[in-house]
Write a protein that binds this ligand. Sequence first.
Ligand code: TRP
Ligand code: SF4
Length: 346
Amino acid sequence: MKRVLSGMRPTGKLHLGNYMGALLNWVRLQGDYECYFFIADWHALTTDYADTSKIAENTLEVALDWLAAGLDPERSVVFVQSSVPEHAELHLLLSMITPLGWLERVPTYKEQQQQIGDVAAGGKDLSTYGFLGYPLLQSADILLYQADFVPVGQDQVAHVELTREVARRFNQFYPPPAGGAPVLPEPQVLLTPSPKLPGTDGRKMSKSYGNTILLTDPEPVVRQKLKTMVTDPARVRRSDPGEPDLCPVGDLHKVFSTPETMERVYAGCRSAGIGCIECKGWLADAVVAQLNPLQERRREYENSPALVREILAQGSCRARARAGETMEQVRDALHLVELPTEERSR
Ligand code: TRP
Ligand code: SF4
């Protein structure tokens, strides 16, 4: 089986956008690939180094949402980056061969510095070594498992491209001592088909906009949030016809509702035969039906918090074993001194 690796920053409770844009896709990959999924808590430090108080809590929240969504620790290796120190070792070695210009040219570098790095506007100081290097840390994450595929959204494609370039450079400098295949194979993007998922204000659903529906939102909260969601601005009065293709609620219907409901939405909206409240009620029905099984599964894990930590510990142990295999090849290829250690430990 081909190997897949992907990660997520520990941002806290996940929302429908995270689910439809990534997590659900990961759950589906589990049958077809050898899967490694990890929580990138060191990546959180690249921007949140000044306040680390939420990282541990958020890591466990993300793990709960993953398990609730159906990531299966029996089938996938589910782990935490900081529990696998080999990520740091490979990152360091790759940093030796990575030209600064490659990192400075990563599009997210300047973008994010402008968006959140404006100290005068109360932002974070992102003029750090770690922030510049974070796409390279991501390269190490991927190459450490000699992954064939990296399922990510469009926003991460440049990082996988960098990873391929770094791997190529590594393989040129350090061919395997015994000949044969390159030590760090170039991974490919597995582009996640992500439907357009608007939040309650009509903009892209995003934690930073405060317009999300969380996977953990109870039914009344889902209904309330959808009730206040923006609609086709042309539908001012109940008697005005509307256009679902121009309505954020319509966009969500396309993702969550059945074709039959969709037909009723199109017909009812365009003829002003239904009101927006009714239409949003149907959407809420569909969203709640989608979330129910997740929330049920989540409750089982919430009732045994030690279990979640145990799953992450075991996953990290398996990840470490796999990472260790790559690092042996890497150290070999670099011809670093070999000493008679039984086992390399921290
Ligand atoms: N940078 C990714 C994001 O912000 C998270 C991430 C870290 C990742 N390491 C990774 C994704 C390795 C895929 C592979 O979403
Ligand atoms: Fe949007 Fe539905 Fe209202 Fe039409 S009826 S404008 S699709 S909320």
